[in-house]
Structures are given as C-alpha cells and as structure tokens.
Design a protein around this ligand. Structure first.
Ligand SMILES: Cc1cc2nc3c(=O)[nH]c(=O)nc-3n(C[C@H](O)[C@H](O)[C@H](O)COP(=O)(O)O)c2cc1C
Length: 358
C-alpha cells in the first residue's frame, strides 16, 4: 500500500479484538487507518486501544459537537479510499441492509461514495439465519464486498461458519479491494467453472456451490448472458443411473452391476446456447497426442479456445504447467510456467480477445 486511507468500523462482536491487529497490519503494510467504534463495539475494545494503534482520533458518536464542527460525518465517510466493517455483526449488517442511519457507523456507510468491505463474524446459527442470509444477499446486491467467514470452533463452543478470518486474510482482502483494477476486463461478466477448492472466492466474485453435473449445468445456464466463460471444471462423463434409496446389503449373489448414464456436456451445451458468450474457453487434459486431441475437442465442442496440457507427468500435484493454446488462428505453445502465471497470461489473452471483438 502507498498511504491509502482505510475507514475501519468496528462492530460489537467478540472478534473485535482482531480489528486491533488489523489496524496494526494495515499500517505495517503502508496504509493509514481511522477507526469508528460502534456503541456495541466499545463493549469489546476501547477507543484508547484503537487510537494508540492507529495513531488517529477514534470516532464513536454522531452527536459530537467538536467532531461535527471540525469535519462533519459526511466528510469522514468520503476522505477514505475504502470503508472496512470488521467485525460486521449480525445487527450491524441488518442495519446496513435496511439503509439505517441511527448511529455514526451506519450514517457513514450510507453517506459514503467509497467501496465497502464487510467481514462478518457471529455465531453459526446467527450466520445461517434466514434474516442474515437475506441481509447478506441484499448487501452483495448493493455492491458491498462480503468476506466469507471462516469455519471452525467458535468462542461460544459451537462449530461452523461464522468465525472472523485471521487478520492477515482480511488484510489481503483490503489490499485486493484497494488495488487498481485491471480495467481491460472492467464491466465484463465472466463465468468460471471449477472443481472443489479450499480457496475462498476472490473479492467481488459471486460463487455458486454445486455438486452433481446437472446442478453445474443449471448454474451455468442461470449465469448467462456473459461475455466470457472459462470452463475449467473437469466434470465426470458419467453418473450413477439409479441411486439406491437405502444401503445395499451384501448378498450371496455376485456383486451388483452399477448402471451409468451420461452426464450433460456442459461446454457443448453452452456453445449451442442462444446466449452463447462472446468467448468460450475450454480445457483439455490429455496424456497422449495432446495438441491433436485438443484441436479435435475444440471443433467438437464449438468453443473458441482450448487450453491443452499434458497431465501424464507432474501437473496434478505440482505448481507448474506447460500448456498449448489451441485457437482458430492455430497453436501457441507456452513455456513451462507456474499455474498462477498461466492463469494471468490466459486472463491477458481473454482481455485482448474481448477487446478485439467488442
Ligand atoms: C459477549 C457477547 C458477544 C457477542 N458477539 C457477537 C458476535 O460475535 N457477532 C454478532 O453478530 N453479535 C454478537 N453479539 C451481539 C452484539 O453485541 C449486539 O447485537 C450488538 O447490538 C451489536 O452492535 P453493533 O450493531 O454496533 O455491531 C455479542 C454479544 C455479547 C454480549
């Protein structure tokens, strides 16, 4: 960071102590922090702690004559580069979602013209309650970035999602939110399918969790129209035809046969759609005749680009990959790169292709 200003709103949750560490980390990373402490938040951490850590005045009330005369609450909400709500309690999220302005924090959140990042933290039942689910969906639709809480044991002894992520992860989200956007893809809607990963979705990405292929097909269809689809999930070709309603007991007879039915071809389904994205990128994991098989797949599936790779060696458990881009213009073989570099280079190509076709 290079002196970016963060307005940190600390709500009244048990995880408020982690906000103190966040202040320290943001400053260490090169940012500056001004804290707003809600009435609930002040039951958990003191203004003195936040003032000492931020080396800035801490604001706690809307009704402060001196504060109001010196700068005013609207000004406070505008002079930051990013507003972070941490911890975002169920109550604070509800007040934000309702557009309330009954204290300094919510008034600033309503008056700000800056991006807002909220890190919820609460008991698992509060997090899963229909009211909170509704409030989170409302806030996301309003453009607030929600950092998914961690799953684990909570201070109340229960287990599940609702824990505030570690301050280092919140710092990463803050840095991501402050990073200059790659404007080449600004305003573009991209669909990315992926297999199960342990990574949290990047900031600003709406993730739809699915299990069987049929659910993924429905989710992809529902996400249309889109500018680009990057179909990275390796979906099984087959699924079990008949699900047993109860446990299959061992019998004296020979083992049962499993009947399989074919899964839908999600990629071919997408390219045949009347809402086909401008650019469809498929993947081919091959063990022999890599380029030849990938070129055939590209023609068969009707996609624009196939990213082909030879998975017969160390690709699956390694950090590197060597891929070939098969497009209508021919074959381009990339050098061996880290998987992150492959992804970045592919994003560059997508931006170039879309801007050429826009
Ligand atoms: C010991 C204690 C811990 C609490 N922890 C949380 C919490 O982690 N998350 C939450 O949403 N509410 C929690 N609450 C309830 C909030 O403090 C309460 O809803 C408060 O009004 C929230 O204030 P705010 O809207 O200023 O954040 C807790 C309450 C107590 C007494």
């Amino acid at each position: 960071m290079h002196g970016e200003r963060v307005l940190l709103i600390v709500g009244g949750g048990i995880a408020a102590y982690k906000a103190c560490e966040l202040v320290r980390l943001i400053r260490k990373a090169g940012g500056s922090v001004t804290c707003v402490l809600t009435e609930g938040g002040a039951h958990f951490v003191t203004p003195m702690t936040l003032a000492a850590l931020s080396e800035n005045q801490v604001h706690t009330t809307l009704w402060d004559l001196k504060d109001e005369a010196e700068m005013g609450h609207i000004q406070l909400s505008r002079q930051a580069d990013l507003v972070v709500v941490c911890p975002a309690t169920a109550d604070l999220l509800a007040r934000m979602a309702a557009g309330g302005a009954d204290d300094l924090a919510t008034t600033l959140l309503l008056a700000t013209d800056k991006p807002v990042l909220a890190a919820p933290a609460m008991n698992v039942r509060m997090w899963r309650h229909a009211a909170t689910v509704r409030n989170i969906a409302r806030l996301r639709a309003d453009g607030v970035t929600i950092l998914e809480p961690d799953e684990g044991e909570m201070s109340c002894g229960e287990f599940g999602p609702g824990r505030l992520p570690e301050p280092a992860r919140i710092l990463a989200a803050v840095e991501e939110a402050l990073a200059p956007a790659d404007l080449r893809l600004a305003g573009r809607h991209a669909i990315v399918t992926a297999g199960p990963v342990a990574l949290p979705p990047p900031t600003g990405v709406a993730r739809v969790d699915v299990e069987p292929a049929l659910e993924m097909q429905a989710a992809v269809r529902a996400a249309l129209p889109a500018d680009v689809a990057v179909m990275a999930a390796a979906v099984s070709d087959w699924r079990v035809g008949e699900k047993a309603p109860s446990k299959l007991k061992k019998t004296a007879d020979a083992p049962r046969n499993l009947s399989l039915v074919e899964n839908p071809d999600i990629l071919a389904d997408l390219t045949a759609s009347p809402h086909r994205p401008l650019l469809v990128v498929g993947f081919a994991a091959e063990t022999e005749r890599v380029i030849e098989n990938a070129a055939a797949k590209r023609a068969r599936k009707g996609c624009d680009t196939i990213v082909a790779n030879d998975v017969s060696r160390d690709v699956f458990s390694g950090d590197h990959n060597q891929v070939h881009l098969v497009t209508g213009d021919g074959i381009e073989s990339w050098e061996r790169l880290t998987k992150v570099q492959v992804a970045e280079q592919l994003a560059d190509r997508i931006a170039e292709a879309l801007n050429g076709t826009a």
